[in-house]
Each structure stands twice: as structure tokens, then as C-alpha cells.
Design a protein around this ligand. Structure first.
Ligand code: NAD
Length: 324
């Protein structure tokens, strides 16, 4: 192929130096933008042979239709809910993600949030800061080996969380309608319905992708089932939770706490009520990050673009039917 055009549409990384190194032999024209409106996508990608994109630009059917030369769209992350897969497939665009660049990082971040909530770390720190020194004032703190962790979504990250949580003695319950019960049991976990998990778990951790089916999976009805002593952890996608319903449940004492690495809108408005709620911990979509994960995802996503442009089979093709 003669000197392809590659559009890089993302704001997570400030340069394309890592990517350009992977593409050096293709001698591509690289068009970059950190903006994510439909206009910005079309400005950058209308002539592109391949697109490398982050989570913010929305690749709707209408946008994809206006990328006539595009052979491949590589999402430089895990949750590709910003891409209309059916439309991309109908247009013959190969779509890839990088599903394995930060599994350990996100699982560790999840366990961190669980332990912080379990041991009431914010309250303990606040005590010391205000001149108190009283462990019993933190009660109740039930031991972890008397508590149930409910994992919703048992893919790569859900499984890594299960392995780490077991080391802390937690009892594991899992809800994943697409996972084999036998596979779940191999992790020493009990496969259960969503309703049973919500009613019994002391900690609920979300690890399913954001799809039409999982949007607001945690809604007012599910929150009503949860124990008032329970806490919810979300390191997956913000829109899995109905934030208004979560706030309402916290305010009426129907839920003890929430730890959120992801929100419906990111970055959130500075006055977002969950940011300032005393029972809520928020981190800035940082689960994926480590010094190794960043260059890893950039190299792996750039290599997918290179494979597509040189006629090789991509490593993580999400719509294999386009190559059939
Ligand atoms: P995965 O595809 O390996 O696993 C997802 C699991 O969810 C699958 O087992 C699937 O069967 C299950 N699932 C699908 N629909 C479900 C439903 N309705 N109810 C319950 N389970 C359902 O994905 P993964 O690598 O484990 O990643 C999970 C999510 O984590 C991603 O979709 C992404 O949005 C998010 N993520 C967040 C960060 C971060 O920085 N916080 C980083 C990477 C990934």
C-alpha cells in the first residue's frame, strides 16, 4: 500500500511518538486530533485508511458512513461502547480493541477500593486528622472472611478480582449470564442471579461492559434489594449505574458507600453531587493506569493498525465476519 493515512482521534495521550515508531515502515500521513465531536472525527478521518481512537469520539452509523476509505478502527482501550459495531461491520470496517493491557491494574484498583471501604480508611484518617485516636469508633467493621463479594461480569477483570479477593478470605458470588457455571465454580465462586447477588452481597463490584442491556443495570429497583450495610464498587463504566438512584439510595440510608472510578460523564462537573458525598469515593478513571500499561496500550493498538494496513489478521478483532 502506498503511504496510508492514519487518523488518531484521542485525548488520553499527548503525542503519537510511540505509535509513529510502530508505523515507521508504513511511512503514513498521521492526522491527529484531541477533539471528539462528529465534525472533529470527520475533519481528521474522512480520508483515513485506518483510525486509532479513544473512548470519547462517538462512531455512530452516520459518522462511519462518512469514512469511505476506512478499513480498520482500533479502539485504544477495553470498553468500546462508543462504536456502533453493527454499522462498522455492515461497512466492512474491522474493529479491534486492546482487551488485555490493564487487567491487573484494574483488578488491583478494585481491591484497593474494596479494602478502603471495608476498613473505613477515610473515617480513620479523618479521626487522626482531627485529633482522635479510637478504633472502636469505626465499628462496625466485620471481618472480610464473613463477607460476600458479588462480582457482576466475569470476564478478564472480574476473574482477576476474584483471584485477588479470595486471598483476603471473601466469599465470592458471581453473576454473568454469559459465563459457564462450571467456569465460575473453578474460581471457588457461586454462580447466582442478579437479584440474589444484590440481596446478599456485602460488596458489589461491576465488571460487565456497557451495552444496551447493562446501561443502568444498577437502578432504583436493584438498589432497593441491597443491604443497607452494603457498598458498591464500579471500575467498569459509569453508565452501568443510574447515578440519581445511587445518590437517592445513599441519602436515605439504603446503601453504606460507593467507590467509583468511572462516572456517567467524564470528567464530571466540579459540582457533581457524588464527588462531594461523604459516603462516596471517586477516582479519576485511573484503574487502567500504570507506568507499564500506558506504553503497552499504545504499542498494542498501533500494532493492530499496522496489521490491518498490511493485510495481516488483527490480534483482537471484534467483528471477524468482516474478514470472512
Ligand atoms: P470482558 O469482556 O473480558 O468481560 C466482561 C464480562 O461481562 C463478560 O464475561 C460478559 O459475559 C459479562 N457480561 C456481559 N453482559 C453482562 C450482563 N448483562 N450482566 C453481567 N455480566 C455481563 O471485559 P473486561 O476486560 O473484564 O473489562 C470489563 C470492563 O471494564 C470493560 O468493559 C471496560 O468498560 C472496563 N474497564 C475499565 C477500566 C478502567 O480504567 N477503570 C480499564 C479497562 C476496562
Amino acid at each position: 500500500m502506498t503511504e496510508p493515512t492514519i487518523a488518531v482521534i484521542q485525548s488520553r495521550f499527548a503525542s503519537t511518538d510511540v505509535e509513529a515508531e510502530v508505523w515507521v515502515e508504513l511511512r503514513p500521513r498521521i492526522v491527529t486530533t484531541a477533539a471528539w465531536s462528529s465534525e472533529a472525527i470527520l475533519d481528521a478521518a474522512a480520508e483515513a485508511d485506518a483510525v486509532l481512537a479513544g473512548a470519547r469520539p462517538q462512531f455512530t452509523a452516520a459518522v462511519l458512513r462518512r469514512l469511505p476509505r476506512c478499513k480498520g478502527l482500533v479502539f485504544n482501550g477495553v470498553g468500546y461502547n462508543n462504536i456502533d459495531m453493527a454499522a462498522a461491520t455492515a461497512q466492512g470496517i474491522a474493529v479491534c480493541n486492546v482487551p488485555d493491557y490493564c487487567v491487573e491494574e484494574v483488578a488491583t484498583h478494585t481491591i484497593l477500593m474494596l479494602l478502603v471501604l471495608a476498613r473505613k480508611l477515610p473515617a480513620a484518617l479523618e479521626q487522626v486528622r482531627t485529633g482522635q485516636w479510637n478504633a472502636r469508633a469505626l465499628a462496625p467493621i466485620p471481618p472480610l472472611d464473613e463477607q460476600i463479594l458479588g462480582i457482576i461480569g466475569f470476564g478478564r477483570i472480574g476473574q482477576a478480582v476474584a483471584v485477588k479477593a479470595q486471598a483476603f478470605g471473601l466469599t465470592l458470588w458471581v453473576h454473568d449470564p454469559y459465563a459457564e457455571f462450571a467456569h465460575i465454580r473453578q474460581y471457588g465462586a457461586l454462580p447466582v442471579s442478579l437479584e440474589d447477588l444484590a440481596s446478599h452481597a456485602d460488596f458489589i463490584s461491576l465488571h460487565s461492559p456497557l451495552t444496551a442491556e447493562t446501561r443502568h443495570l444498577v437502578n432504583a429497583a436493584l438498589l432497593r434489594r441491597m443491604k443497607p450495610s452494603a457498598a458498591i464498587i464500579n471500575t467498569s463504566r459509569g453508565s452501568l449505574i443510574d447515578e440519581a438512584a445511587l445518590l437517592e439510595a445513599l441519602n436515605r440510608g439504603a446503601l453504606r458507600a460507593a467507590a467509583l472510578d468511572v462516572l456517567d460523564t467524564e470528567p464530571p462537573a466540579p459540582d457533581h453531587p457524588l464527588l462531594h458525598h461523604p459516603q462516596v469515593l471517586v477516582t479519576p478513571h485511573a484503574g487502567w493506569y500504570s507506568d507499564a500499561a500506558e506504553p503497552r496500550v499504545r504499542r498494542l493498538s498501533a500494532e493492530e493498525v499496522r496489521r490491518i494496513l498490511t493485510g495481516q489478521r488483527p490480534r483482537c478483532l471484534l467483528n471477524p465476519e468482516v474478514l470472512a
